[in-house]
Design a protein around this ligand. Structure first.
Ligand SMILES: C[S@@+](CC[C@H](N)C(=O)[O-])C[C@H]1O[C@@H](n2cnc3c(N)ncnc32)[C@H](O)[C@@H]1O
Length: 279
């Protein structure tokens, strides 16, 4: 039984980093006109109501997107597209809703792109299916996203981006993400993959990074932002993404954005922007 609901966490600092990178990488890939397949293996509900009981209970979005949405001034390139999409979902001004990965992908979809969403939770699946109902070239399946990823690659046009974003509610997810990424990469080595990870126990992330490296996957860029120093047993203190076949524009954008984000979000933890595995 799945108990994780992203509505409790939507718009938190981890979402800000993940969604900024996702929108940036997708925007980069869309510079070429060719059709793109976007796979969201753990898609969530799509749009999250920030006035809901879930969001109010944790208030996590206030320390994430809540600190950025209203901000004026120059925004680093990594965040500019993402913040514009968040603002577009809140045309009245104040933050009322937060677009998750699937909603961001829908907003950015071009007619030639195809989106494949997987979400197992019945309520979130239903919400997402409703959001995507009238879109052409969008599928929303209530099935296992790890299997869905393998089934989708390689895409016919051989251009694709996959977001692999489990909740890690089940500890086997740490092994599963590495295995699914490696299998997908062997089938489609030129695909772009974004794998999100939470730092709850650093040893699990060290093992995950070692597994990705041992799989022989090349060109893996790692971005991590810590709200606080590592503290095993105290919940998520940091989060990060691995970007396989990272666009050449990503490292400079990440290096500029991280200190900016750290200041706005008042973080005190690790900041990483580096190649885990170079080309
Ligand atoms: C971290 S949330 C996803 C958030 C979303 N990607 C976003 O960024 O807005 C993880 C989601 O995966 C769903 N889930 C868990 N196991 C799954 C699986 N094996 N396949 C597909 N969805 C799964 C959960 O119900 C949850 O909604």
């Amino acid at each position: 039984m799945l108990s994780y609901r992203h509505g409790f966490h939507a718009g938190n600092a981890a979402d800000v980093l993940k969604h900024a990178v996702f929108a940036f990488v997708l925007g980069h890939l869309q510079r070429k006109a060719g059709p793109l397949l976007v796979i969201d293996t753990h898609a969530g509900a799509g749009v999250y109501d920030l006035a809901s009981a879930e969001a109010a209970k944790t208030g996590e979005f206030r320390d994430g997107i809540g600190r950025l949405a209203a901000g004026a001034g120059d925004v680093p390139e990594l965040l500019a597209g993402y913040l514009a999409l968040v603002r577009a979902r809140n045309p009245q001004g104040p933050l009322a809703v937060y677009p998750g990965s699937a909603a961001l992908a829908l907003s950015m979809k071009r007619p030639q792109d195809r989106l494949a969403f997987y979400e197992l939770h019945p309520t979130d699946h239903q919400e997402l299916a409703g959001l995507a109902a009238h879109w052409r070239g969008v599928s929303v399946e209530r099935s296992d996203g790890f299997k869905g990823l393998i089934a989708q690659v390689p895409p016919a046009g051989r251009r694709g981006l996959a977001l692999i974003d489990p909740s890690y509610e089940i500890k086997t997810d740490y092994d599963k993400v590495a295995a699914a990424l490696a299998k997908a990469w062997r089938r489609f080595a030129t695909g772009v993959y974004i794998l999100w990870y939470p730092v709850i126990e650093r040893s699990r992330i060290d093992a995950l990074l070692a597994a990705v490296t041992a799989a022989g996957i090349r060109k893996v860029y790692r971005i991590e932002l810590g709200m606080a120093p590592d503290a095993p047993g105290y919940g998520m203190t940091a989060s990060g993404v691995l970007v396989v076949n990272a666009p050449f524009t990503l490292p400079a954008a990440a290096e500029t954005a991280l200190p900016w984000l750290a200041e706005r979000l008042s973080t005190r933890g690790p900041m990483v922007a580096e190649w885990l595995v170079p080309e």
